[in-house]
Design a binder for this molecule. Structure first.
Ligand SMILES: [Zn+2]
Length: 142
C-alpha cells in the first residue's frame, strides 16, 4: 500500500513524512486526550497524578508512532474502530435527545456497522433498513 516516492526537490519535512501514515481522527483524539490528561495529572502531585501522566505519555507516544507508521492498513483499521466507538457513544445521547423530541412519531436506531443514528417511522412493522451512510442492510421491528 505504501509508496516510497523520493522527492529530491521537496523539503526535509516532506521527505521525512513521505510514505508515512500521517494524522487521522484517532490520532487527534489520542493527542488531545493525552495533553488533557497531562494537564490534569500535573495539577495533582500524588499517585493519581503520576498514573495520569503515565497514561498521557503512552497516548502521545502512541499517537506519534501512528503518525510515523507505514502500516497503512493497520492504522486505517484502528481509525475505523475508533470512529465506530465514538459514533456509538455520541449516538446514544443523540437517541435519547431525539426520542424526547420526536419520539411520538419516530423510533431511533444505530446502524450496526457504522453506528450512525437512523430515524424510522413508528408502527411500520418489520422492515429492512439500508443505512444511508455505509449501505449496511438490517432488519428491525418498529
Ligand atoms: Zn451504517
Amino acid at each position: 500500500m505504501s509508496k516510497k516516492n523520493k522527492n529530491k526537490s521537496g523539503n526535509v519535512f516532506q521527505n521525512l513524512m513521505s510514505g508515512r501514515y500521517g494524522g487521522d481522527n484517532y490520532g487527534l483524539f489520542l493527542l488531545v486526550t493525552g495533553v488533557a490528561l497531562m494537564i490534569i495529572g500535573a495539577i495533582g502531585n500524588n499517585v493519581a497524578g503520576t498514573i495520569l501522566m503515565m497514561i498521557a505519555t503512552a497516548e502521545i507516544v502512541f499517537a506519534y508512532v501512528r503518525l510515523m507508521s507505514k502500516k497503512y492498513d493497520k492504522r486505517r483499521e484502528e481509525n475505523k474502530r475508533y470512529l465506530y466507538k465514538r459514533n456509538s457513544f455520541l449516538g446514544s445521547f443523540k437517541i435519547v435527545w431525539r426520542t424526547l423530541k420526536e419520539g411520538r412519531h419516530y423510533k431511533f436506531y444505530k446502524c450496526p456497522q457504522c453506528a450512525v443514528v437512523l430515524r424510522l417511522p413508528k408502527g411500520a412493522g418489520t422492515i429492512e433498513i439500508t443505512c444511508p451512510k455505509c449501505g449496511k442492510k438490517f432488519i428491525k421491528k418498529v
